[in-house]
Design a protein around this ligand. Structure first.
Ligand SMILES: NC(=O)c1ccc[n+]([C@@H]2O[C@H](COP(=O)([O-])OP(=O)(O)OC[C@H]3O[C@@H](n4cnc5c(N)ncnc54)[C@H](OP(=O)(O)O)[C@@H]3O)[C@@H](O)[C@H]2O)c1
Length: 253
């Protein structure tokens, strides 16, 4: 069963009920250090599958969401609910609650797509996508920077739709622009965090059957999550800053 935490207005550090056990006793009596991963937007879709798969490989998962879904609540992980990626106060409050908790894998997965074209542009929708898809991952990384140590990995679930080179069909201004922006943020983060031993990867998850695509697509969320985790395992400081498909193929910017 998931353990639930509510957002709190004042920074009080990690409450005992939510503390992460990093140092576990194995059935053999041997001590085992667990990996801790934080996944944003884990209520459904790709984020839920990433959380499920990470939990299955004995990673301590901190799953953030706005509202926990029954599927997320049924998993053995720590749920941080009320986390709004368009809201900087919500992001900074999460950072305060997790102060002192080492994070080995930080996965920026939460995302929003509002279909638009040149005729239907809406400033509020453009801003929302920019905030959730681009500013949210950047600001959350900044608020969690002291949680990241040598060997930690920052993963940004981006999109091929953010590739300028691949844009052959136009439209989707808000989504494309926000994903191109987060790609740039990811490269700057890779450069800036290298000296601290933190690597960064930008991953396109495929065309995945989730609510975002109206459950259309060529890939199941669990297959996408499997591919993403393989790329996370392969990531090193030397390959930091790459933009890849979930099968590892390098993508054009
Ligand atoms: N599906 C695809 O084919 C595809 C392709 C390329 C890239 N991606 C990327 O993959 C990631 C996951 O997408 P998905 O396909 O799994 O979509 P999804 O099923 O629509 O899930 C999106 C997730 O993001 C969360 N989210 C949306 N707005 C949020 C906000 N303002 N604050 C906090 N959380 C918010 C949602 O939470 P709620 O439940 O609270 O709404 C949900 O957990 C996204 O970054 C997306 O851009 C997907």
């Amino acid at each position: 069963m998931a353990r639930h935490c509510e957002p709190i207005p004042e920074p009080i550090g990690l409450r005992p009920a939510t503390s992460i056990t990093l140092d576990c006793r194995h059935s053999s009596g041997r001590q085992e250090i667990m990996t801790t991963a934080l996944v944003t937007g884990a209520s459904r879709g790709i984020g839920l599958e990433l959380a499920r798969k990470l939990t299955a490989r004995r990673t301590q998962v901190i799953a953030t969401c706005r509202e926990p879904s029954p599927e997320l609540s049924s998993l053995d992980l720590l749920v941080e609910s009320g986390v709004e990626m368009h809201n900087l106060e919500s992001i900074s409050s999460l950072g305060e609650r997790l102060r002192g908790t080492p994070i080995d894998i930080l996965i920026h997965n939460a995302g929003v797509l509002v279909a638009d074209d040149f005729e239907s542009l809406d400033l509020q929708d453009l801003r929302l996508q920019f905030e959730v898809n681009a500013l949210g991952p950047l600001m959350l990384t900044r608020h969690l920077r002291s949680n990241l140590g040598r060997g930690s990995k920052v993963i940004i679930i981006t999109s091929l739709m953010g590739s300028i080179a691949d844009n052959g069909s136009g439209g989707f201004y808000g989504y494309r622009m926000s994903k191109a922006a987060v790609n740039m943020a990811g490269v700057s983060l890779a450069r800036d965090l290298k000296a601290t031993g933190v690597s960064v990867l930008l991953v396109h998850p495929g065309y995945v059957r989730t609510r975002m695509t109206g459950y259309n697509g060529t890939t199941e969320p669990s297959d996408s999550a499997k591919g993403i985790l393989e790329q996370i395992d392969r990531l090193t400081l030397e390959t930091s800053g790459r933009f890849v498909r979930m099968n590892g193929d390098e993508l054009p910017w």
